[in-house]
Design a protein around this ligand. Structure first.
Ligand code: AMP
Ligand code: MN
Ligand code: MN
Ligand code: MN
Length: 283
């Protein structure tokens, strides 16, 4: 099922990545790109870092784009990894920066373990190679995937994930991230609004989904992503149903990482269903 062509594309994108985490465009390049796509309101939401925000905000202001400070925090809940987007956070908030420092260290250690597992599979130099792709950004699995592609161990990033980096694959390292309830507290304390990122992508059964929305709401979560890169139309309807049922607002974000990789395209998102209250009413 496709939407009619006449339907206007939304000009709001509240989930975007830059080279501060696992995106391929620098904050400046990202803002220039989304501006070309006619995005008028954006949030930069890098994984576990706010390092790209100042640069992105400066360019956004030059381009006349409303800019929202964001972050996509890695969290654990019931032994599952979840992503919680914080919108409107204060990047200078001390507790937030301490938590981000810890996440940075955690990611360094995890990267060393991933590299050791790859080494055991005969793939050497992965830590150094991955750091080259990450540059100043924090280390994430897509950097490993880029290295594996570069070295000819996988044809493309998806195959690198499928073969090595996903759960139950040889270089997967299970990680205990901060608990979701603490992450929700932290986002609130730093002045932000907590949005559950891409809820339909966690491969949860219906009963686990209900449990997740219940816990997220009870912990102070306010919104869920309803329109999102890599969603099929059914996911929009399903998550809109959950938002109504659990009294949660809706967010939209492409989760753009690069022109060729994981995620959707900014400026090409479907509109939020009319009966859902937009989270940007709070921003
Ligand atoms: P990390 O937070 O370091 O575990 O990396 C997670 C990131 O890997 C996600 O934000 C995506 O950018 C990327 N990713 C996750 N799953 C896949 C997949 N199946 N294929 C390609 N990229 C993926
Ligand atoms: Mn990512
Ligand atoms: Mn995510
Ligand atoms: Mn993301």
């Amino acid at each position: 099922m496709t939407e009619p062509m006449s339907e206007p594309f939304l000009n709001i994108d509240l989930h975007l990545h830059s080279t501060a985490s696992d995106g391929a465009l620098s904050p400046t390049e990202l803002v220039e790109f989304v501006s070309e796509q006619n995005v008028q309101t954006m949030a930069l939401t890098d994984h576990d870092t706010t390092a790209g925000l100042a640069e992105a905000r400066k360019v956004a202001e030059q381009k006349g784009i409303s800019f929202i400070n964001g972050v996509e925090l890695s969290a654990s809940w019931e032994n599952k990894t979840l992503h919680i987007v914080g919108l409107g956070i204060d990047p200078e908030h001390v507790e937030l920066q301490i938590a981000l420092d810890n996440l940075y260290q955690q990611r360094q250690l995890r990267a060393e373990k991933i590299a050791a597992k790859l080494e055991a599979k005969g793939i050497s130099g992965a830590l150094e190679g991955t750091k080259k792709f990450a540059g100043d950004g924090l280390l994430a699995r897509p950097h490993f995937a880029r290295y594996l592609v570069e070295q000819g161990y996988a044809k493309n990033m998806q195959k690198a994930f499928d073969r090595y980096l996903l759960k139950n694959k040889p270089a997967y390292v299970s990680t205990e991230w901060p608990q979701m309830s603490d992450t929700l507290d932290l986002i609130r304390a730093s002045g932000g609004i907590a949005v559950l990122a891409h809820p339909m992508r966690y491969k949860l059964s219906k009963s686990w989904q209900r449990r997740l929305f219940t816990a997220f709401k009870a912990g102070g979560g306010l919104a869920i992503e309803i329109v999102c890169g890599r969603y099929v139309p059914e996911d929009i309807a399903t998550s809109a149903g959950y938002a109504e049922r659990f009294g949660l607002m809706g967010s939209v974000g492409s989760d753009f990482h690069s022109h060729t990789e994981y995620g959707g395209k900014p400026g090409r998102l479907r509109p939020l269903p009319a009966h859902i209250e937009p989270v940007w009413n709070l921003l």
